[in-house]
Design a protein around this ligand. Structure first.
Ligand code: RB5
Length: 153
């Protein structure tokens, strides 16, 4: 699977470990940075990953910042992106089964490395259940179409 991975300065060191893990697992990784501990703006890196998911250049994305929240808010502005912060095995699993999550957002500050590794493996290996969940996800996609076709008041 092709996976784009990005972080801000707070997520930089854990991102490097995630990239290694993904490569060990045989995934094709596009690492978009950031490449130093110098403070950067998380929306810039969310956009680099989310655009690739939105265009279909990659199937999935992983974003890391201090809380995982800012990355999630920014990534969800891109059509076709379904991003959410996950924080344990269950959220990692259900985000795939029910929500077809294509961008996993992680907190560098609140999650341990072993938990992150486990969550990533679960998230990569869990299929979307489809069926009634596909209908619900399609409704969310409909909201995107509605927003892009109706000019703001
Ligand atoms: C950066 O200080 C911090 O705001 C960022 O890493 C993230 O937690 C934002 O949601």
């Amino acid at each position: 699977m092709r996976i784009a991975v990005g972080s801000d300065h707070r997520g930089q060191s854990i991102r490097l470990k995630i990239v290694e893990l993904l490569r060990r697992l045989g995934q094709e990784v596009l690492d978009v940075g950031t490449d130093s501990a110098e403070p950067v703006d998380y929306p810039d890196f969310a956009a680099l990953v989310a655009r690739k998911v939105s265009s279909g250049e990659v199937e999935r994305g992983i974003l890391i910042c201090g809380t995982g929240l800012g990355m999630c808010i920014a990534a969800n502005k891109f059509p076709g992106v379904r991003a959410a912060p996950c924080h344990d095995d269950l959220t990692a699993e259900m985000s795939r089964r029910h929500n077809d999550l294509n961008v996993l957002c992680l907190s560098a500050d609140m999650l341990g490395e072993r938990l992150i590794d486990r969550m990533i493996e679960i998230w990569l290996n869990t299929p979307f259940e489809g069926g009634r969940h596909a209908r619900r996800v399609e409704k969310i996609t409909g909201f995107e179409r509605e927003a892009s076709s109706s000019p703001p008041n």
